[in-house]
Design a protein around this ligand. Structure first.
Ligand SMILES: [Zn+2]
Length: 301
């Protein structure tokens, strides 16, 4: 039986998977992601080769950071990873394995997965917010991913959340949502307030549960900024679901409850019953979504 191979290029790791026709992930391998685009492509080819093994594949679906050209699979632009711009991620990987491929933004891939097989099924206007190393978003309208004219539809990471000029963002500007509410931003704020360096987000979340008031406040603030900022986008797009995905969204109910509380406190009245859900596919969402995306693009049953 032919599988579809899937690749999720994240901010800190590369994940390759072999996805069955019923969109179950059969095998999955994860490695730290190198920094340079060329090395990412070589490492991706090696990892995909390993996960495919002796099995046959019909296509490769790829979720990549940055804004992706929907036809040729090139990274058109990346504010947070300018070294990726122009990288021929799709063509080089597709040519190496000699199979058809499609590339979409990594958060778009997660959104496609959740829409087809996860928590967004049955909703018609969904804002997907991915909180991890960075903050990204995707927009699912009437059962399909809305990629937009330039490929930035749903990108909420660079919303302005303050005007103090004190939170430098990975994109080179400042005071954006990503600069105050991403995983590294939460860790950095805790380190700045306590002098304790290099505490992981998981450890920080455990401390918050254990009555570490600074850990609790740092997490609550990040969740609140996110919920409030996203509420404005929710109003503008008139959504019927806010879906949270990415590593930070999984650190515990305290975080998701605070996001939901802030979102519901900030949205306009008609949206106060809009559910705030966690993605159901968790870490496999980008793989399942990338496989779904490429199969739909190529018309593979
Ligand atoms: Zn930014």
């Amino acid at each position: 039986m032919a599988f579809t191979a899937a690749l999720d290029i994240g901010g800190t790791s590369l994940v390759a998977g072999l996805v069955r026709r019923d969109f179950v992930v059969q095998r999955r391998l994860e490695r730290p992601a190198p920094a340079a685009a060329d090395e990412v492509i070589s490492a991706s080819i090696a990892l995909l080769g390993e996960v495919i093994g002796d099995d046959s594949i019909d296509a490769i679906g790829i979720g990549s950071p940055g804004t992706i050209h929907p036809i040729d699979g090139l990274v058109v632009a990346s504010d947070s990873k300018p070294e990726y711009e122009g990288a021929a991620i799709g063509p080089r990987i597709g040519d190496h394995f000699n199979v058809p491929y499609a590339v979409t933004n990594d958060v778009n891939a997660a959104g496609v997965g959740e829409l087809a097989h996860g928590a967004a099924q049955g909703f018609s206007r969904v804002l997907v917010v991915s909180i991890g190393t960075g903050i990204g978003g995707a927009l699912l309208i009437n059962g399909r991913i809305e990629e937009g004219l330039h490929g930035t539809a749903g990108e909420i990471g660079h919303l302005l959340v303050g005007a103090h000029g004190v939170h430098p963002c990975g994109c080179g500007r400042s005071d954006h949502l990503e600069a105050v509410a991403s995983g590294p931003a939460i860790e950095a704020r805790y380190a700045a307030e306590t002098g304790e360096q290099a505490l992981s987000l998981a450890a920080l979340a455990a401390r918050a549960e254990d009555d570490d008031l600074i850990a609790a406040r740092v997490i609550d603030d990040a969740a609140t900024w996110l919920g409030r900022a996203v509420a404005g986008v929710g109003n503008a797009l008139d959504i019927d679901l806010l879906l949270l995905t990415g590593g930070v969204s999984g650190i515990g109910p305290r975080y998701t409850d605070r996001v939901a509380q802030a979102f519901h406190g900030e949205v306009m009245k008609p949206l106060r019953e809009v559910p705030v859900l966690l993605g159901a596919l968790r870490g496999d969402a980008p793989l399942i979504g990338a496989a779904t995306y490429v199969r739909a693009r190529l018309g593979i049953d």
